[in-house]
Structures are given as C-alpha cells and as structure tokens.
Design a protein around this ligand. Structure first.
Ligand SMILES: [Zn+2]
Length: 334
C-alpha cells in the first residue's frame, strides 16, 4: 500500500510527553537533488483529551502567530496538558523566512492550496499532509493569521457561517473566548482552497484570526494573541485555570456580501481617510486613489456601499486596480 502522503514526520503522534522534531517535505532543487524542507513541529501530550492543532505562518508575512506559538512550544509542558497539542509555528517556513505571503519556492499561496496534491510542489505537499494526516488527528484546528504586509485589521477572531449548526456554535464560542475586540464572520472573496475551509469540511472546530497586520509583530496584538491561544485551550479542556476576559465587550460583526468588500478602482497610491475600528456609513468616502503620473488629475474616491465597522484596510500605499482597500463589517446579533 502506498503511503497517504510523501511528507514524513519524525515525531510519534501517539507518544505521551513532549517531542520536538520536523516534518520532512520532499524538495528537490538545483543545488540539492536529494533534499527536504524541514518544518519544525512540537507535540505535547498527556492523558485523554482533545487534540489541538495550532498553526502559524500559513502566510509568511504575518508574525504574531509564529511568535506566540514559538513561545508556547518552548513553555508548554506535558503535566499542564490534558490531551494533545500539536504546534507548527511556521507552517510555510520558506515564506516566513522571506517575510512574504507566498512561498518563494513555488510562488504558491498555502491558504489557496487545499486540499493539496500527493505529488506536486512543496506548498501543495504541505497542504496534502495536513488534509490527510494532521487534520484527521485534530479536534480543534487553530490557524492564526494577521493582515500581512498588504492589510491592517482590527484584531479579530474570524469564522465562516458553516452549515452544521453544532459545529458553528462551537466555532462561535471559541471565537468569542479568543477575546479580540471583534468576532468577524467573513466570506471568501478571493478564491478557493483555504486551510480553514478544508478543516471545516472535515468537521473540525476551526479557530482563525486576523490579528493586526502591516507586516509587523505588534506588542499589543501579540498580547491578545497569546491570551487568545491560552483562553481557547482552557475552554476546550486542554489546560487548567480560568479564561482571562478582555477589558472590553467582544462584538460580533459580519461581512458576508460582496458590497462589504471595496476594491481599488484604478492603479495608483491609496490614501485611507479612516483607521480600522472606525464606524462608517454607506455613501461615505473612505479613501482615494491618487495618480502619481498625473498629479493634475483629481484622485478617484472609494465610497462605502454598506454601513458598519471598518474592520480592515489596505496597508501598502501603492495599489493596483482590484486590490481590496477597505472591508466593512456590519454588527450582527451575537
Ligand atoms: Zn493570512
């Protein structure tokens, strides 16, 4: 029988205690014909309980997740755990090294590569290993994102409105206990093949986030991230102790319609008039695109089509036609 996947692990997922090892993803290239990409993985297991798969660095320019998960991997000891925690702080390690959204090895976006292929390039092999080996082991899949270089978000736990009511209720409860200012119900506006969608389809309790952005590792956002990871682990029975509540009310918002997502009407330099977290209304001019080759031409406005909270905005000035420059999320009953 052929193996389920070409990636091999040197950790034993059934072994109690703490293990630090690598996933070896086949990677044959110009200067090393027989080689593998080695992805660090930590497994901490003790007794019976749920399995959490905690992932950072799915996009390589989002750093709060990797930093928080590297700390967790160093600090977490088996005695503190009831169940199993599998931690991969830099799931797309080549992209994290490059500080880039896409893998420099094959140009792929890991968060559009699911379910992955048995025999393909590195990014697709990583996705395939998760789909076929790691997701089946997990009860909870946590995939920590930030805005990356191109976007800034009001820190939020994010989720889809999955069709299964019980699964959705579990995901919503975990998103609330994450403790960022907003729980953000979002729609996929830029293609298929997302990691959380694959995990959702497999019935997992999926916890995803958009924590800050702009390509930095923000100290305040990192604190919220670290608290969120711990809170979800406590809520799911993996850790003892009490959930730490944030000093504000967590609100639920949704951007589930195409009108909630505003794109640049033209190439140019985008100027945002509003910061994330601002209340905005339909008809309001949220920003404008300037034309550096034609300073005599008036800039083109970007006008809100819905009312709500500016949950995300473009972080990079230079903008192409079709880039998302603003996302408006509407308050919904919690
Ligand atoms: Zn991301």
């Amino acid at each position: 029988m052929s193996p389920k996947t070409q990636t091999v692990s040197d950790v034993d997922f059934d072994q109690p205690g703490k293990q630090q090892g690598y996933l070896r993803v086949p990677y044959s290239h110009n200067t090393a014909g027989w080689a593998s990409l080695q992805l660090p993985i930590t497994v901490v297991a003790n007794g019976r309980g749920p399995t959490l798969l905690a992932l950072g660095g799915t996009h390589g320019d989002e750093f709060e997740g990797p930093v928080a998960l590297m700390k967790l991997a160093r600090e977490l000891e088996p005695e503190a755990v009831q169940g199993r925690v599998i931690i991969i702080p830099a799931l797309n390690l080549p992209a994290v090294r490059a500080g880039a959204r896409l893998s420099p090895l094959d140009g792929m976006n890991l968060n559009r590569a699911f379910p992955g292929l048995y025999n393909s390039s590195v990014t697709s092999l990583i996705a395939h290993y998760l789909t076929n080996v790691l997701f089946p082991l997990a009860d909870i899949v946590m995939d920590i994102h930030s805005g990356g270089r191109s976007m800034v978000f009001c820190p939020c736990a994010t989720l889809h409105r999955v069709p299964d009511d019980k699964q959705y209720a579990g995901m919503l409860a975990a998103a609330k206990v994450w403790g960022a200012r907003y729980v953000f119900i979002y729609a996929d506006i830029a293609g298929e093949g997302l990691l959380p969608v694959q995990a959702e389809r497999m019935g997992k309790l999926v916890v995803t986030t958009e924590m800050g952005g702009g390509g930095e590792c923000n100290p305040e956002v990192l604190r919220i991230t670290e608290r969120g990871i711990r809170n979800v682990m406590i809520q799911q029975g993996l850790l003892g102790g009490e959930v730490t509540l944030p000093p504000y009310q967590v609100a639920t918002v949704a951007a589930t319609e195409p009108e909630d997502y505003l794109e640049a009407p033209a190439d140019g330099v985008y100027e945002s008039f509003c910061e994330v977290g601002a209340e905005v209304h339909s008809g309001q001019v949220l920003g404008q695109v300037h034309f550096p080759e034609r300073p005599d031409c008036p800039p083109e406005p970007v006008v809100a089509r819905t009312s709500g909270i500016l949950i995300g905005r473009r972080a990079i000035g230079v903008t192409s036609q079709g880039d998302n420059v603003a996302t408006i999320a509407r308050p919904v009953p919690a």
